[in-house]
Design a binder for this molecule. Sequence first.
Ligand code: NAD
Length: 351
Amino acid sequence: MTILVTGSSGLVGSEAVSHFDAQGHEVVGVDNNMRRVFFGAAGDTLWNLERLKRTTKRFKHAELDIRDRAGIDELFKAHTFELIVHCAAQPSHDKARDIPILDFEVNALGTINLLEATRQHCPEAVFVLFSTNKVYGDAPNEIPMKELATRWDYARPEDYDGVDETCRIDRTLHSLFGASKAAADLVAQEYGRYFGMKVGVFRGGCLTGPSHSGVELHGFLSYLVKMGVTGGKYSVFGYKGKQVRDNIHSYDVVRAIEEFAAAPRPGEVYNLGGGRENSISMLEAIAKIEELTGRKMDWKYVDENRKGDHICYISNLSKLKKHYPNWGITRGIDSILEEMTRSARVTAGAK
Ligand SMILES: NC(=O)c1ccc[n+]([C@@H]2O[C@H](COP(=O)([O-])OP(=O)(O)OC[C@H]3O[C@@H](n4cnc5c(N)ncnc54)[C@H](O)[C@@H]3O)[C@@H](O)[C@H]2O)c1
């Protein structure tokens, strides 16, 4: 296959490039290192691009902005893509407040540019959009919760497996990021439902792994591990540090893309996270990282939660597992943290 991966120097994009290149596919990556524009030097993804160039066989990189419609059109004229994996984004809930127009242009306009180019040039291609659980805004906080010693959890047995795709996406506080991603999510569904194209939408929980250029405003586990290894300061915002996230390794994310691409369902939406087995609270994550690094973390508690932040978010994976029974979580939270700690140590030592 000829595959386009946008955001190819980022966490998910780079995992997709490596995975599909190793299988012998032609992979074209689009990334303009905009993560550095959003988050400064710590968000720079050039190291990951260099790694991909070193480790892949056929990967080609285009330094293109997905907002550049003419440039995207040229790219689609030059290649006949069979799979498009769209990962490029402004990915931060909090950052969007400072750059609302740029956030909307990258997330919403960038997505429709790619969908329309696909419709014009290769309408038979499979298109995978990375959406987010923030399209549900803070609606998941309405689920009754109980407070345990180190985490919040759902109080009712029927909520045990987490939030499914029927959760409403309107009349809720999203953050501007959640709203721009919801626009992309809806327009992508429409290209699936209205035009009948093979579009799949994946609403991510916490996607993670060693290839994340983690910064305070995005990639919490990667940043937390980095602070644990280097001794930097970390701030925990609100909810007594008991807020829960479900974490999925980028390898398992790419495996979901692969399963969808092999048997696409037009316009379908899936929640994609680590599920209950890979869920962890801030307090629990800090304790695990202290165990792995053998040193106390330097963190402080700020008694104000991030606006619209989830108290406990666990992705219900039932629909994805039902439609794609060959897919499942293969990397547990302990092994994810171990791998990230090893990798952060190597990076810290190399500096
Ligand atoms: N990581 C998570 O926890 C998480 C959770 C939910 C959803 N998602 C979604 O998954 C997708 C991938 O996330 P990620 O963690 O790999 O993000 P990432 O920031 O690591 O990667 C995104 C890449 O896109 C590039 N990019 C940004 N704007 C661009 C533009 N205008 N043109 C070209 N390239 C551009 C960036 O330079 C970066 O390398 C995003 O859509 C994100 O919103 C991520």
